[in-house]
Design a protein around this ligand. Sequence first.
Ligand code: CFM
Ligand code: HCA
Length: 543
Amino acid sequence: MTGERTHTVNPEDIKKEILSKYPPKVARKRGKQITPVSSDDKEGLQVGANVRTVPGIITQRGCCYAGCKGVIMGPTRDIINLTHGPIGCGFYSWLTRRNQTRPPSDDADNYMTYCFSTDMKDEDIVFGGEKKLKAAIQEAYDIFKPKAISIFSTCPVGLIGDDVHAVAREMKEKLGINIFGFSCEGYKGVSQSAGHHIANNAIFKHVVGLNDTVMDAKFKINLLGEYNIGGDGFIIDELLHKCGIDLVSTFSGNSTVDQFANCHTADLNAVMCHRSINYVADMLETKYGIPWIKISFTGPTSTASSLRKIAAYFEDQELIDRVEEVIAEEMIPVEAKIKDVKKRCEGKTAMMFVGGSRAHHYQELFKEIGMKVLSAGYEFAHRDDYEGRHVIPDIKVDADSRNIEELTIEKDENLYSPRKTPEQMQALEEKGYPFKEYEGLLPEMTKGSLIVDDISHHETETLIAMYKPDIFCAGIKEKYAVQKHGIPMKQLHSYDTGGPYAVFKGAINFFEEIDRMLNANIWQYLEAPWQKDPELSATFVGE
Ligand code: CFM
Ligand code: HCA
């Protein structure tokens, strides 16, 4: 239960308490992933990340298949995403992420609501599942006539050695549509992060660059790492449009296979969730010379500075002025909402444990309404996501297809005349636009807080007991365990039933939601009458 708040609690003590319950070897390992912020000087602090979860610990992480199929490919509407595996993998990744889509017409392809699976059975595991996979592709083709089919490998596929890529090649030849596979067996890598890399590589290899049609628009960008959860992508799109900026493609909220195929014709890549999509940004830069910049559309301050960065890149005075007008107009209701909500939320505390970028992006939203983040961490981020871009990117997971080093540079100067050269980018950076810089979660944490990477169930409960936060943000696995402590819990993955929370309009939604949750009376009734007064009893009067 939330009781008297003890925010002055020392993060070193919490770490000690957490580790005291583990055997020495486990404590040594976990210790590296738990970083107390004991002073305002964070120089030299490190967070151990992207390492294997100790077996036996109840982690919140997902698997490689989830990262590839659910996260990167899930929000694409017109590719048939076929899971090759036992039915559970397909079933549990069926529409659980709240990524939304809006097909342009009723007859436009939209497979998002379907769940396609080969439904492997014991005999397929023993005798091989390739025949069944071919039949499933044929059946999907006969019924839907899709433009593309992609195949996702689950754990048993890797163990029995089914060659999904050979099947994809054969069926592509036979049916004449784009068919490609992912070796994204659940056990690969240490988390869903490996699945992001595998998905990025395969989409780049099999789809990007297939369509050279150049959109007739003045400022054409791709938005990378935005998945349209709760409709975020829709309102980002609306805002960009208002500024006069057009999207060629989004990776991958509300996306289509043709938009991926066409993305190399954009003039700039704006990267929202760096963790999941940096691979595509790097490959597009290397192969097609499209520069990328780090942006964030979570929080009004970040949204404003991201729009300014995009306008600065194009160096067009009309665009720069338009962006300023839009920011000024959009900020009026945001500021009014902050002023109102702050009266009830200022001084309250939050905790956030989410994937690989939101625990950082949402720090700003809490700060705007005067709230302090007591503890935060990622499920599967890498060190650069914690410490910022200046950390040498440590990551090269063992993905199956080509890496950036193998790319041949293909540049058609006519396609991208407005693109900046690296020298021009540097000149602009020197003028005050650090395009690729991003801060990471650590620099924003304040004295007395604790960073926990790949948090476990036991650690969650210890944090709640010792810090007593006013609100806890994470995912569905934590939701009910947290609420049983009498603490409001907000899902920052799916937004529960809420959202969108992106850009200015979404920030207003978020502030209203946090205000409503923090100030609801319900939590005071969580303690049952007999817990407060155990003496309440009936008297046995006898026979
Ligand atoms: Fe990027 Fe994401 Fe996230 Fe992520 Fe995810 Fe997600 Fe997330 Mo859930 S791509 S890292 S793998 S922002 S699905 S939309 S909410 S864990 S913080
Ligand atoms: C995933 C998807 C997930 C899960 C969210 C949750 C999402 O990691 O496979 O645990 O509530 O956002 O849907 O991150």
